[in-house]
Design a protein around this ligand. Structure first.
Ligand code: ADP
Length: 480
C-alpha cells in the first residue's frame, strides 16, 4: 500500500478506530523506545563492568609479576606457573608470550589455548571475539622485566554475560509483543470511554429528529469539557423549543386576530351577494363595514410585520438620535394637529449636547405608539404630559395620561402580543394589541427599558429610557 492510499484509508476510518489505532501506536512506540534505551544502557553497563574486571585482573597479574621480578628461564617457570594458577579462575586463561609471539607460560581453566592465537601488543588492548560459538573477552598488555619483553594475555569466557543479555532482550521482546496487545485493548477502551458522551449526544439528536424538540441529554454529575458541551446542547434545545412554541403561538394568535374581521367581511359580502346589493342602505352599510375591517386587517398585517422584524433583529447598530427633544416635540406637534380636542404638555430638558442611543425613526415609532395609547384610552379633552430629562447617562422619557388606566392584574401582560384589557374598546379604537409589544422589543434592542405605572380610572404613566452620552463633537446639530 503506497503512502497516498494509506492516507486515504486512514482518513476514511471511523473515528473510534482511528482513536484506537493512534493511541495503540503511541503507547507501543513509547514502550518500544523505552525498552530499547533500557536494553542498550544495561548491555553497555554490563560490558563495561566485564572490561573493568578484566583490567583489574590484568593489573593484579602484572603487578604480581613485576614485584616478584619474575624471570622466564626454564627453572623459574614452575614457580611462576603456580603463581599464575593461583591468580587464574574458572573459564579464564592467562598466557605469557615472548616478543616473537611464542608461548612462555599458559594456565587455563576451561579455555583451550588454541581458541585464541597469541598476539604481541605494544599497548594494552581489550577485544571481544568469538570462537566455536563462545564469546571471549581478550585483554593483552605488554610486560618488560629485565631483558624479557613479552605480552600477558588474559582470555575470559563471557558466555554467561551473553546469555544474560540475550535473556533480557527476549524479555523485552516478549513484553513488547504484550504491549502491542495491551495497547490495542487499552486504545480501544480509551476510545470507547472518550466516545461514550459523543454517542449519547448523537443518540439524543436522533431522538430529537424522531420524537421532537423536547428531548434532552441526561448530563452526568461532573464538570468537564464533555458535560459543558452537553449543557450547551440542552440550553440550545431549550431555546429551540421556546422559539418553536412562541412561533406556533404567534401563528395561532395572528390567525385568531384575523379571523374576526374576515368573518365580518365574509358575512357582509355574502349578504350583498344574495340580496343586499339591491337595497341601497344595506349596500352602503355593508361596504362601509367591510372597508373598515379591511383597514383593520391592513393595520394588523403591518404591525405583525413590524413585530417579526424587530424580533428577528438582534441588538441594534450603534445608531443615535441627536437632539431627541426636538424629535419628540415634532411628533407631539403632529399629534396635537390630529387630536385638537386633547391638551398636550411637554417638558424636555438637558438634550442640547446629548445623543440618545436609539435610531430616530424608532424613537418616533415608539412615541407614536405611546401617544396613540394615551389618546385612545383617555376621555376627550384630558391632558397628556410628555417629559424628558437626562439622568445618570440615561435619557428618560415619561408619557402620562389621565385616562382609564390599567387594572393591576393586567399590568404585567399588556406588553404581550395581542393582550388587551378591554378587547371591545381596543377594537373599536382600531387597536391591534401589538403596539406595546412592538415598543418593548424596539426599546430592548437598544438596551433600553420600559416600565408602566397605572391606576384604574386615574391614568397611566409609561416610562422609557435609553443609554445616552455627550454628543460626539459637542456641537448642536439641527434636526429637521
Ligand atoms: P392596542 O393596539 O390594543 O392599544 P397595545 O399593545 O398598545 O395594544 O396595548 C395593549 C393594551 O394595554 C391595550 O389594549 C390597553 O388595554 C392597555 N393600554 C395600553 N396603554 C394604555 C393606556 N395609556 N391607558 C390605558 N390602557 C392602556
Amino acid at each position: 500500500m503506497n503512502l497516498p492510499s494509506l492516507k486515504r484509508t486512514l482518513s476514511r476510518m471511523p473515528f473510534k478506530w482511528m482513536l484506537t489505532l493512534w493511541s495503540a501506536v503511541l503507547i507501543f512506540v513509547l514502550f518500544v523506545a523505552y525498552n530499547t534505551v533500557q536494553y542498550v544502557y544495561v548491555e553497555k553497563w554490563m560490558m563495561a563492568q566485564e572490561k573493568k574486571q578484566a583490567r583489574q585482573k590484568m593489573n593484579e597479574v602484572l603487578n604480581g609479576l613485576l614485584e616478584r621480578e619474575a624471570g622466564f628461564a626454564e627453572d623459574e617457570l614452575l614457580r611462576n606457573r603456580s603463581y599464575l594458577d593461583k591468580k587464574n579462575q574458572s573459564d579464564q586463561m592467562i598466557r605469557i608470550i615472548d616478543q616473537h609471539g611464542d608461548k612462555v607460560i599458559a594456565v587455563s581453566d576451561g579455555i583451550p589455548e588454541e581458541w585464541i592465537a597469541p598476539e604481541v601488543k605494544p599497548e594494552t588492548e581489550i577485544v571481544v571475539t568469538d570462537h566455536a560459538g563462545h564469546s571471549l573477552l581478550v585483554i593483552r598488555s605488554p610486560i618488560t622485566i629485565h631483558s624479557f619483553h613479552g605480552t600477558v594475555e588474559i582470555v575470559r569466557n563471557i558466555d554467561q554475560f551473553q546469555r544474560l543479555t540475550e535473556a533480557i532482550l527476549r524479555v523485552f521482546l516478549f513484553s513488547g509483543l504484550g504491549a502491542v496487545v495491551l495497547s490495542g485493548l487499552g486504545g480501544g477502551l480509551l476510545a470507547r470511554q472518550l466516545l461514550k458522551p459523543l454517542q449519547l449526544m448523537a443518540r439524543t439528536m436522533r431522538d430529537v429528529e424522531r420524537k421532537g424538540v423536547q428531548e434532552r441529554i441526561a448530563v452526568p454529575d461532573k464538570e468537564d469539557e464533555m458535560t459543558t458541551l452537553m449543557k450547551i446542547f440542552n440550553e440550545m434545545m431549550d431555546q429551540v423549543e421556546r422559539s418553536f412554541s412562541q412561533q406556533s403561538q404567534f401563528v395561532e394568535d395572528a390567525s385568531h386576530e384575523l379571523r374576526t374581521p374576515i368573518a365580518i367581511m365574509d358575512g357582509h359580502l355574502s349578504l350583498l351577494l344574495s340580496w343586499g346589493k339591491h337595497d341601497p342602505e344595506t349596500l352602503e352599510e355593508s361596504l362601509n363595514i367591510s372597508y373598515h375591517e379591511l383597514t383593520r386587517i391592513k393595520a394588523l398585517v403591518q404591525d405583525l410585520l413590524t413585530l417579526t422584524r424587530t424580533e428577528k433583529d438582534g441588538l441594534a447598530a450603534d445608531e443615535v438620535t441627536v437632539r431627541a427633544d426636538r424629535t419628540i416635540l415634532n411628533i407631539v406637534g403632529q399629534w396635537e394637529q390630529l387630536h385638537p380636542q386633547y391638551t398636550f404638555e411637554t417638558k424636555l430638558t438637558g438634550f442640547a449636547d446629548r445623543e440618545v442611543v436609539v435610531a430616530e425613526r424608532h424613537l418616533e415609532q415608539i412615541m407614536m405608539i405611546l401617544l396613540d395609547n394615551a389618546v385612545k384610552y383617555s376621555e376627550v379633552g384630558s391632558p397628556v404630559r410628555v417629559t424628558g430629562s437626562v439622568r445618570n447617562e440615561a435619557a428618560v422619557f415619561e408619557i402620562a395620561d389621565s385616562g382609564v388606566g390599567i387594572p393591576e392584574k393586567d399590568l404585567p401582560y399588556v406588553t404581550d402580543r395581542f393582550y388587551r384589557v378591554d378587547k371591545a374598546r381596543s377594537r373599536k379604537q382600531g387597536g391591534t394589541g401589538l403596539g406595546l409589544a412592538i415598543a418593548k422589543r424596539l426599546i430592548e434592542r437598544y438596551n433600553g427599558q420600559m416600565t408602566i405605572q397605572s391606576k384604574e380610572s386615574a391614568g397611566t404613566t409609561v416610562t422609557i429610557s435609553f443609554p445616552c452620552r455627550a454628543h460626539a463633537d459637542g456641537r448642536e446639530v439641527k434636526v429637521q
